[in-house]
Design a protein around this ligand. Structure first.
Ligand code: UDP
Ligand code: MG
Length: 322
């Protein structure tokens, strides 16, 4: 049992003017019932439809509402990352701003965190989106991500999730990576600290979805990146170095054998073995060097992580100490 003192709810919004006030009211009702303290962090991802003014209005009256305004549209992942960077709770709950997720599920997510899980992932068992263009590609993606990363959950795409802050703050989010958070989290916590619970899902009533089938490509390239990250990024030199060493030895022994033959007065004439062994030695050295370069890349990758994938124009109700 790990006690929660404060819950931060992070909501990326991009042109959700009709949804924001309704969501705020619903959320408020649920959060006021919690034994814990809370904050609501709206991240305005460059909205152009009046969402920003609505958020300013709400934040003026309610100091528990923090608003992060981006200078332009940076995408849902960057918005989520910003919300997490500024969150001060020991648990972070993420959700969509379009009323498709239900705030009433939050207490159940929190219960699981209290049981000791680090990641509680919502599973939209009754997903209310188009079957062919949305649900089918998701099904395939979830299966693939599960197989490649070893974290087999049903619904990566569901944004309604809860995380222990200390864990999720170690995961860097950029590009389109928010869809892979449970798999990314498994690089910083053990897989059995990740759990899934069914949550409600509603059809979108106001505004429209910002995504179509076109994002499938981006998702696939992210997927390969994560697979690589998990498998080799921790110790790339082992991967390339091992192949390099095998090739090197496979070339080196025949090479020594040929030299010995030559020294003892035998002709090594037109033996293809000579060229093969030299090629193997060269390939081996190159692979080994690739291992060293990847090791350097890996370090650069980790050390450059304090770069942020967004630009903030304005912060409301946030004490600036970041
Ligand atoms: N969103 C965002 N930036 C974007 C696109 C979407 O902050 O560039 C927000 C959007 O306002 C919503 C959430 O991310 O709160 C999920 O977006 P959407 O409902 O369009 O996705 P879907 O539910 O169709 O997958
Ligand atoms: Mg939606």
């Amino acid at each position: 049992m790990e006690e929660i003192r404060k819950v931060s709810v992070v909501i990326p919004v991009y042109n959700e003017v009709e949804n924001v006030p309704i969501l705020y009211e619903k959320l408020k009702r649920v959060l006021e019932e919690l034994p814990q303290d809370y904050e609501i962090i709206f991240v305005d991802d460059g909205s152009t439809d009046g969402t920003r003014d609505k958020l300013r209005e709400i934040a003026k009256k309610d100091k528990k509402v923090k608003v992060i305004e981006f200078s332009r549209n940076f995408g849902q992942t960057a918005a989520m990352a910003a919300g997490m960077d500024y969150a001060t709770g020991d648990v972070i709950v993420t959700m969509d701003g379009d009323l498709q997720n239900d705030p009433e599920d939050i207490p159940r997510l929190l219960e699981k965190i209290e049981e000791g899980y680090d990641v509680v992932s919502g599973w939209r068992k009754n997903r209310k989106d188009a079957a062919i263009s949305r649900k089918l590609p998701s099904k395939i993606a979830n299966w693939l991500i599960g197989k490649l990363t070893g974290v087999e959950i049903h619904d990566y795409g569901c944004t309604l999730k809860a995380y222990r802050s200390s864990v999720i703050k170690r995961v860097r989010l950029y590009g389109e990576l928010h869809r892979f958070i449970p798999a990314l989290a498994s690089t910083v916590t053990s897989t059995d600290k990740i759990v899934e619970i069914p949550v409600k899902h509603h059809p979108r009533i106001y505004g429209k979805s910002k995504y179509g089938i076109s994002r499938t490509f981006k998702v696939i390239s992210d997927l390969f990146f994560i697979w690589f990250l998990k498998k080799f990024m921790q110790k790339p030199i082992h991967f390339f170095g091992f192949i390099g060493l095998v090739l090197f030895l496979a070339g080196f022994f025949p090479f020594v054998y040929l030299i010995l033959l030559k020294l003892t007065g035998h002709s090594i004439g037109n033996r293809p073995l000579l060229i093969i062994s030299v090629l193997f030695i060269l390939a081996g050295i190159q692979m080994f060097t690739a291992g060293i370069i990847s090791e350097v890349l890996m370090r650069i990758y980790y050390e450059s992580q304090d770069k942020r994938p967004y630009v903030i124009r304005r912060l409301i109700n946030v004490e600036e100490e970041q």
